[in-house]
Design a protein around this ligand. Structure first.
Ligand SMILES: [Zn+2]
Length: 453
């Protein structure tokens, strides 16, 4: 009898928030990859166009996962799974996944966004074509046999982007659950609701390993529902409408449910909606095509430089008739809001206007610096600001505790977090009776772990 082996490869996102998430699991001779993301931070400081850069260059600046650790096993890869469409989970697909020549699974919204990125990439690299033909769409609840021993299941879950799943790899040694990212939200309207029943059942069947995000595990909360954000948006926009000529809201382009709430409120206030920015266009159009986003009549999406300019010019003439939803909530140069503030786009901000941040600042030095610059410039113009009109998409400590109690995994590997966050997860697990280095393992990028079966 061969010895039982299950190995975990921490390829990326271990030791960094908003990082290049990628994990691989080896079960005997077969490998399954979970996610293939890019680091949002590193791509901001990288001077070259991300699409034109080679994988080697991007690896060197730590913008994409350092996957040579998988090189000896590449030909044994039987599947890659994408949990959801945030760039820190799918952004490196065009750069890396072609090498693995395996089927790639995700829900429709996720796969359509990967295809949009690949279509751009094809202009620079033929390899993108190889991934395109290997993409497979799954529905929540689906099960796919990927080899004689391994089966994938996709459990619906809520997060700050539509159609997020918890992929589960069923192995002869028990289930491996990949919970990156999630929150428990029973009042989300767009996307999936968490399937508590299946999670509990899975716990009873036997979970070998839980690989889980850890971004907000240090916060002693249950993350509030998106319905709370909906109320906040409604409240702030009604208030701002009374007091302002122009209203600009900036939020995550991928947060379709939030964009829907902002657009619905604007419509009730009699303001026409404009979505402006390249990524607003990418996410907004795909969400509309799939019936996830239903913009009010008369709403417009402008995502090319000339249409953005024309749209803003029109809105600038009758500011009180419009509400703009734009990119740039992290102050990132090149996005629409910073360019408006710098006078590069034809929309003039005055003290009669309001800017609403339906977002929180992702806590990295570069975001803090960019937001400091943006906020200072807005203040100098006398613009009224409404910050933090937002709730998070990530599990708090009590959400994590619930997940742990439902799944009762034998082993735990905290992922997607900086070193403090990974340690905070270990602390929670310890409270729940686990022990560090016996059944909870802190890993960092480029390390691997053999489970002590
Ligand atoms: Zn996410």
């Amino acid at each position: 009898m061969e010895p039982l082996t299950v190995e975990v490869f921490a390829v990326g996102g271990y030791g960094e928030a908003g990082g290049r998430n990628m994990t691989a699991v080896r079960v005997d001779e077969e490998i399954v990859i979970f996610d293939c993301g890019m680091s949002l931070d590193k791509s901001l400081v990288f001077e070259k166009d991300f699409q034109k850069a080679s994988a080697r260059e991007l690896r060197r600046v730590k913008a994409i996962p350092n996957d040579p650790i998988l090189r000896p096993h590449r030909s044994k890869t039987v599947a890659a799974v994408l949990s959801h469409a945030h760039l820190d989970h799918i952004g490196a697909v065009p750069k890396l996944l072609f090498k693995y020549k395996c089927p790639v699974f995700g829900t429709e919204f996720t796969i359509e966004l990967v295809k949009a990125d690949l279509r751009n990439e094809i202009r620079y690299a033929d390899e993108a074509e190889d991934i395109m033909i290997n993409l497979y769409t799954v529905e929540p609840g689906d099960e796919v046999q990927i080899s004689s021993k391994l089966r994938l299941e996709f459990i619906p879950i809520s997060h700050s982007i539509p159609c997020c799943v918890l992929p589960v790899l069923h192995t002869p040694y028990g289930a491996i659950v990949y919970a990156c990212d999630f929150k428990f939200d029973d009042n989300q309207i767009i996307g999936y609701k968490p399937d508590y029943k299946r999670l509990k059942q899975l716990g009873k069947e036997g979970v070998l390993l839980l690989i889980t995000e850890s971004l907000r595990v240090a916060e002693e909360i249950k993350t509030p529902s998106e319905s709370v954000a909906r109320e906040m948006v409604n409240d702030v926009l009604r208030f701002a409408d009374e007091e302002s000529e122009g209203i600009i809201v900036t939020t995550f382009s991928s947060h379709i449910e939030r964009i829907q709430a902002i657009a619905d409120t604007a419509d009730r206030l009699g303001r026409k909606v404009i979505l402006a920015g390249r990524s607003m266009g990418k996410y907004g159009r795909i969400a509309e095509e799939l019936g996830l986003l239903n913009l009010p009549a008369g709403a417009r999406i402008y995502d090319r430089p000339e249409t953005i300019r024309r749209g803003l010019e029109r809105a600038n003439k009758e500011k009180e008739d419009y509400l703009l939803i734009v990119t740039g909530h992290q102050g990132e140069p090149g996005a629409v809001l910073p360019r408006i503030v710098d006078g590069e786009l034809p929309y003039r901000l005055t003290e009669e206007d309001s800017v609403v941040f339906s977002s929180s600042t992702i806590p990295s030095p570069i975001n803090r610096a960019n937001r400091y610059v943006l906020d200072t410039k807005l203040r100098l113009k006398g613009v009224k600001m409404f910050k933090d009109v937002h709730v998070s998409g990530h599990a708090g400590r009590e959400d994590h505790r619930l997940m742990l109690r439902m799944l009762q995994p034998e082993f735990i590997v905290p992922a997607h977090g900086d070193p403090d966050m990974l340690a905070a997860y270990a602390e929670l697990a310890t409270q729940e009776g686990y022990e560090v280095n016996r059944d909870v393992f802190i890993m960092f990028d480029g390390t691997k772990l053999s489970l002590p079966l």
